[in-house]
Design a protein. Structure first.
Length: 138
């Protein structure tokens, strides 16, 4: 993203995909963005006012320039259309799925990884950022 204004000068692309409802401002290329949820607008007490304003500007800009959106749930699809006036028919639901290679491993392999990192049970893997809006509690 740092080189965003200059990237189209070096590479010709037909489509650019932005994650987290952000798309580059490039012209002459199809712009698609993924939206994950609108929770911070539906439950505003879970995020700071400053963060909500910044995301509202970003998502409004995305709604103005994106040719299409990907939503990973029907609820997110409906919420984005309602909140930002984006045409529902241009928001495509694509469900998230896990690759088949991610499956339970043999106990010996698990024990080896746990020993390598000094982990002892019980434990819970958490792969999101630590933010107030994530409602992560121990």
């Amino acid at each position: 993203w740092v080189a965003e204004p200059f990237w189209p000068l070096r590479v010709r692309a037909d489509v650019v995909h932005g994650t987290d409802a952000r798309v580059p401002a490039w012209r002459g290329v199809a712009r698609i963005a993924t939206i994950h949820d609108a929770a911070l607008f539906l439950f505003p007490h879970h995020a700071s006012e400053r963060f909500r304003r910044r995301m509202e500007r970003q998502w409004s800009r995305t709604a103005a320039v994106a040719d299409a959106l990907i939503a990973d749930s029907e609820a997110s699809r409906q919420d984005f259309a309602r909140l930002f006036g984006y045409p529902l028919e241009r928001i495509h639901r694509v469900a998230l799925a896990i690759d088949p290679s991610y499956r339970p491993q043999p106990a010996a392999a698990v024990a080896q990884v746990l020993a390598r990192y000094g982990l002892q049970g019980p434990y819970l893997p958490y792969v999101a950022e630590l933010a107030r809006r994530k409602i992560f509690e121990t």
